[in-house]
Design a protein around this ligand. Structure first.
Ligand code: FCB
Length: 467
């Protein structure tokens, strides 16, 4: 696939923006919604910055009409949002809570009336608390519960929604949720993180089968957070082995079972001291590798890794070795002089090209969508109240160019979703990190389109860049 000119995306390229239920909706106890693991976690002292919770967030549950109007003003072709499982099936079992589902019916109708294609993510981390109490993702039954919920949602919305993503970033659910414990449910037991990985993937595969059986037209996919990974010292074999390990745990442990039907052998060996993978039952990998219509890729940054240095203490959050079972011996590097966002993530647009091209070359052909990409920066308002977020706008611009470069190199990239439409509840960071094209004043809930949003509107209109 080639573009018409080097700055233009292929005709029909899908431009969107993404959000997630717990990060924006609020209304956590309304219309029959019950707690998710993120309600429990955020209400536990010490788990989130400043004790922030998603109780109110962007109040999108009540303000969705205003938000859809903003999307229309931006010219979005598609809106990627997630369904809060405990809103539509409280407790994660049994019948639908019609009042909760009505919210998504109204949202979908509103989108369609504005000519915006709804793109549903079924699981963006808000597991019903009851299912966690019954064992959570380390328990095999949770996969079956997820597939049942997925089929219910497709039955209810499938006449108007064609695009379904099963899971968002299972790495975060499994590794941050059950190994390092910095995300809900906050457990710290590496073997559980691997069982969770498998059951998340099994739930994905079972959901794909269930939806496919009812609707051969549905566009089905999964969203993975993939990373470009490179050695701190390209001359060092030890650093290359660190790349292999982290690539295994970040990328291949998901890509291989989903797209090739097997866990990578070297990863299983690296993890031998953690788990014997006894949770894998006959037939699971056929289910997990059920054919997909597309792969969603969330890209933010690159990992630069090397051999261990016992004198360097582990870094916090996802760089902590506890997030990477079996890789205690890897050291994460920060490259001096490379600009970072407010998340302290290095800005590395070429890594996006690298990631897209790599997937296209190494895995069976599947259309690719960037389902998230974006940056947190500290925003300031000028006297007129405008938010001139030039750094975020530059981040987006660089990554659009990286997407174009990947298309030039043959990657079948079909669409791009900015993260995020709105500033929102950034998980354990609470409201301290802002990713929105639209700024939120959390005191008043006023929405303000930032400079990055204005620029995005121009890119969408042109289906490319001006220069
Ligand atoms: C991704 C998540 C998304 C948001 C961004 C910044 O890992 O999918 O919800 O937190 O990071």
């Amino acid at each position: 696939m080639t573009s018409i000119d080097p700055l233009t995306f292929p005709p029909g390229f899908l431009w969107g923006a993404a959000t997630a239920s717990y990060q924006i909706e609020g209304a956590v106890a309304e219309d029959g919604r019950t707690p998710s693991i993120w309600d429990t976690f955020s209400h536990t002292p010490g788990r989130t910055k400043g004790g922030d919770t998603g109780d109110v967030a962007c109040d999108h549950y009540h303000r969705y009409r205003e938000d859809v109007a903003l999307m229309a003003d931006l010219g979005l072709g598609s809106y990627r949002f997630s369904i809060a499982w405990p809103r539509v099936q409280p407790g994660g079992r049994g019948s639908i809570n019609e009042k909760g589902l009505d919210f998504y019916r109204r949202l979908v109708d509103e989108l369609l009336e504005h000519g915006i294609t709804p793109w549903v993510t079924l699981y963006h981390w808000d597991l019903p608390q009851e299912l966690e109490d019954a064992g959570g993702w380390p328990a095999r039954d949770t996969a079956a519960r997820f597939a049942e919920y997925a089929a219910l949602m497709h039955g209810a919305l499938g006449d108007r929604v064609r695009n379904w993503t099963t899971l968002n970033e299972p790495w975060c659910s499994a590794f941050l949720g059950y190994a390092s414990g910095v995300h809900a449910p906050g457990r710290k037991h590496a073997p559980d993180a691997l069982a969770a990985t498998h059951h998340l993937l099994l739930g994905h595969g079972q959901a794909v089968q269930a939806i496919r059986a009812n609707d051969p037209q549905a566009q089905l996919g999964i969203t993975l957070n993939l990373y470009a990974i490179s050695p701190a010292d390209p001359e060092s074999p030890g650093d290359h082995d660190a790349v292999r390990r982290i690539d295994g745990l970040a990328n291949r442990i998901f890509l291989d079972p989903v797209l090739r039907g097997a866990y990578p052998e070297d990863v299983r060996q690296d993890l031998a001291g953690v788990s014997d993978f006894g949770f894998v039952q006959d037939g699971d990998l056929e289910v997990i590798s059920a054919p997909l219509d597309l792969l969603g890729i969330n890209y933010y940054s690159r990992h630069v890794v090397g051999a261990p240095d016992p004198d360097v203490p582990a870094e916090p959050y996802w760089r902590a070795s506890t997030s990477w079972p079996g890789s205690e011996h890897v050291r994460f590097h920060k490259r001096p002089g490379v600009p970072v966002t407010d998340m302290d993530w290095e800005v590395d647009a070429p890594g996006l090209t690298e990631t897209l091209v790599r997937v296209a070359q190494e895995y069976p052909a599947v259309p690719l969508y960037i389902t998230e990409n974006g940056a947190a920066y500290v925003d300031t308002r000028n006297d007129a109240g405008d938010i001139d977020d030039t750094e975020r706008a530059a981040y987006f611009d660089a990554h659009f160019r990286a997407g174009l470069a990947a298309i030039e190199q043959g990657a079948p990239l079909m669409g791009y979703f900015a993260w995020s439409l709105l500033d929102n509840f950034e998980w354990s960071w609470g409201y301290t990190k802002r990713f929105g094209l639209v700024g939120i004043d959390y005191e008043t809930q006023a929405r303000t389109l930032k400079t990055s949003g204005h620029r995005y509107r121009e890119v969408i209109k042109r289906n490319g860049l001006a220069e």
